[in-house]
Design a binder for this molecule. Structure first.
Ligand code: ZN
Ligand code: ZN
Length: 204
């Protein structure tokens, strides 16, 4: 069901904040121990985190299930756009380095320039890019086999030290075997260059 909240009592199951009266909300019907009831989400939160439910609700025009159907419901295109933006943000928040499954088969390895196969495992490292006077770390995709060569470059912001630990920590949704196979491809990493700032000061 999609409706304007009839009170301010329900909390959004996505963001855990109160859904203020009148704000559009999506009710997901569930069967609990006390019978059938709705779990509520802000419509916008649902669009960001559970677009499938929103798509389904729009398909059956779920606003007609409300006692007082809301007068104005945003378009499904707006909902999809919200989801896309949220997806991008989640992407940016991912910690580098990590392993992921190549989703498209259209990206090239930033070290060797070859296309990476759809469904294959790829490693994401950071590369320092200068924007005006600022440096920013951009995620770059690589074959496991190309990691050791990339990490030696001066503009690579990922370090060898603690690499394996970080990779295991940051890679989600993969099996132990998948991580192991990538680590095998990566092999031994070169030692990090010494950081000039932490070198001992020259004797006077
Ligand atoms: Zn919410
Ligand atoms: Zn490569």
């Amino acid at each position: 069901m999609i409706e304007g909240a009839r009170s301010s009592r329900a909390k959004c199951k996505s963001c855990r904040k109160k859904i203020e009266k009148g704000v559009l909300r999506l009710g997901v019907l569930i069967e609990g121990p006390y019978g059938v009831g709705y779990l509520w989400h802000h419509l916008t939160c649902a669009a960001k985190r559970r677009l499938d439910d929103v798509e389904a609700a729009y398909e059956r025009e779920a606003w007609n299930e409300a006692k007082e159907p809301p007068e104005d419901v945003p378009s499904i295109e707006d909902m999809r756009k919200l989801n896309e933006e949220a997806e991008e943000k989640r992407e940016q928040r991912k910690k580098i380095p990590f392993v992921e499954v190549d989703p498209s088969g259209r990206a090239k390895c930033k070290y060797c320039g070859e296309l990476m196969e759809k469904g294959s495992l790829r490693v994401v490292l950071g590369r320092e890019i200068e924007f005006g006077s600022q440096f920013r770390t951009m995620p770059i995709h690589l074959h496991g086999l190309c990691v050791a060569s990339e990490i030696e470059k001066v503009d690579c912001s990922t370090r060898s030290e603690g690499f394996e630990h970080a990779l295991r920590q940051n890679s989600h949704g993969l099996s132990e075997e998948q991580i192991e196979s990538v680590l095998k491809d990566i092999g031994e990493l070169p030692e990090d260059p010494e950081d000039p700032e932490t070198e001992d000061a020259p004797p006077f």
